[in-house]
Design a binder for this molecule. Structure first.
Ligand SMILES: [Zn+2]
Length: 215
């Protein structure tokens, strides 16, 4: 169910009531998945100046069939009390899931931005493991000497399922390709080193998290 909040246009400062989603269940409402993937669920257009603004509200993305929950907590957008309330809900949900065997095998993640949410859903839709993907990025950054590049998984491509990462450079979006074998190798490393896996609950799995594990 959509809620609403008063949002302020970043460009002209006028306020507008915009739709927000505390949680979305894509089995109940499959049309929302596309709107998450193209980002349109999280943007609003200012009626006064036409600027496209981001909605800055927390949202829980739930894919019951894919057994995925991703909690979006937009960084810096919440008051201390709001953030605390979301943290409490996260703890309650992860605790109740831990005590319910029918919830086994769920992937629980937290992200700070819409872009990261889209990436998590993309990775999941491609049938891939996000921890192994972070490891692939790490390896690819080193191999290609792009240590500063903020890679995002874009998609699998071609008959060999090459992995395409994108990253911003000088205001443009660049792409790099890495072989699926790298992904397979990373999955192998992970299965031999289960301690690299995130702790139970809504874990943050990103480049920084992985580099702390690899250190
Ligand atoms: Zn405006």
């Amino acid at each position: 169910m959509p809620d609403s909040m008063d949002a302020r246009c970043l460009k002209c400062g006028s306020t507008q009531q915009v739709k927000t989603y505390e949680s979305i269940n894509i089995s109940k409402d499959p049309s929302l998945k596309e709107k998450v993937l193209d980002g349109s669920l999280f943007t609003w257009t200012c009626p006064h100046c036409g600027t496209v603004n981001l909605v800055t509200a927390p949202t829980l993305y739930h894919d019951p069939e894919g057994r995925l929950m991703v909690w979006l907590m937009p960084q810096g957008a919440l008051t201390g009390a709001q953030a605390e309330a979301v943290e409490k809900s996260m703890e309650a949900v992860s605790l109740s899931m831990r005590n319910d065997p029918s919830m086994d095998g769920y992937t629980l993640r937290r992200v700070d931005s819409v872009g990261e949410l889209i990436e998590k859903v993309n990775i999941h839709e491609a049938g891939l493991d996000d921890v192994a993907i972070e490891m692939c990025k790490y390896v690819t950054r080193i191999e290609m000497n792009l240590s500063e590049a903020a890679f995002k998984f874009y998609r699998l491509e071609g008959p060999d399922n090459d992995i395409i990462f994108t990253y911003p450079k000088d205001g443009k979006m660049m792409g790099v390709k890495t072989g699926f074998k790298v992904y397979g190798d990373c999955c192998g490393i992970l299965s031999r080193n289960p301690a690299v896996r995130p702790a139970p609950g809504f874990a943050r799995v990103d480049a920084q998290w992985l580099s702390e594990r690899m250190a």
